[in-house]
Structure formats: C-alpha cells, structure tokens
Design a protein around this ligand. Structure first.
Ligand SMILES: [Zn+2]
Ligand SMILES: [Zn+2]
Length: 110
C-alpha cells in the first residue's frame, strides 16, 4: 500500500517536472540587424539606431530586424554559403547578389 502511494507521487512529480521546461524556455532573446549583424537586447534599441551597413549607404537608414531565429550557422539567401554569424556573413560580398556579382553583401535567409 505504502509503495503504491510513493509510486503515485513519483508519477505526479514526473508530470509537473515534464511541464516545467516550457516555462523555463522564456529565456532572454537577442535581436540581430539583418544588415550588419549587430546584436541588440530589444527591438526598440535596434530600430532606433542608424546602421553603418545600410544598403542605401553607411548610416543612411536604421538597422533592420532579422526576423529569423538565432542559429548555429546562417545561410546566405542568394548564394547558399554558410557562416557562423550574421556579422561574419555580411562582411563579405556575394557572387549571386541580385544587383550583380559582388555588387552587394550576403544576406541571411530566415
Ligand atoms: Zn545594422
Ligand atoms: Zn551570398
């Protein structure tokens, strides 16, 4: 009798434990600029500052929020080349850029 109560408690405990990770995953998220790869703590800070890698020219516009998720590696949407971060990716010119070969930077796919 006693053992079955303990087993029952174990099952209940197991269920609540299984439900817990969903709450824990509310961890702090980082936001990245699609043009320069700079990291920001929130979207407001990101969109209120000018971007040195803006396609219209350096500081001619604001950072643009990269709407994809944080990844281990990022793929260029034009040429498919993989990079360890957006910052590394946008530092290079893309051979498949829509404006022409090496006429623009790599851009991260979502
Ligand atoms: Zn930027
Ligand atoms: Zn590319």
């Amino acid at each position: 009798m006693k053992t079955s109560i303990i087993a029952c408690l174990f099952i209940l405990f197991g269920i609540t434990k299984a439900n817990r990770p969903k709450i824990i995953t509310m961890e702090k998220k980082n936001y990245y600029c699609e043009y320069c790869g700079k990291k920001f703590p929130d979207v407001r800070t990101l969109t209120s500052a000018t971007c040195t890698y803006h396609p219209d020219g350096s500081n001619k516009g604001r950072h643009k929020l990269y709407e994809g998720t944080e990844k281990k590696e990022y793929t260029c949407k034009y040429c498919g080349k993989k990079f360890p971060s957006i910052m590394v990716m946008v530092g290079g010119q893309c051979v498949n850029h829509p404006n022409g070969m090496n006429k623009g930077r790599h851009a991260p796919a979502l």
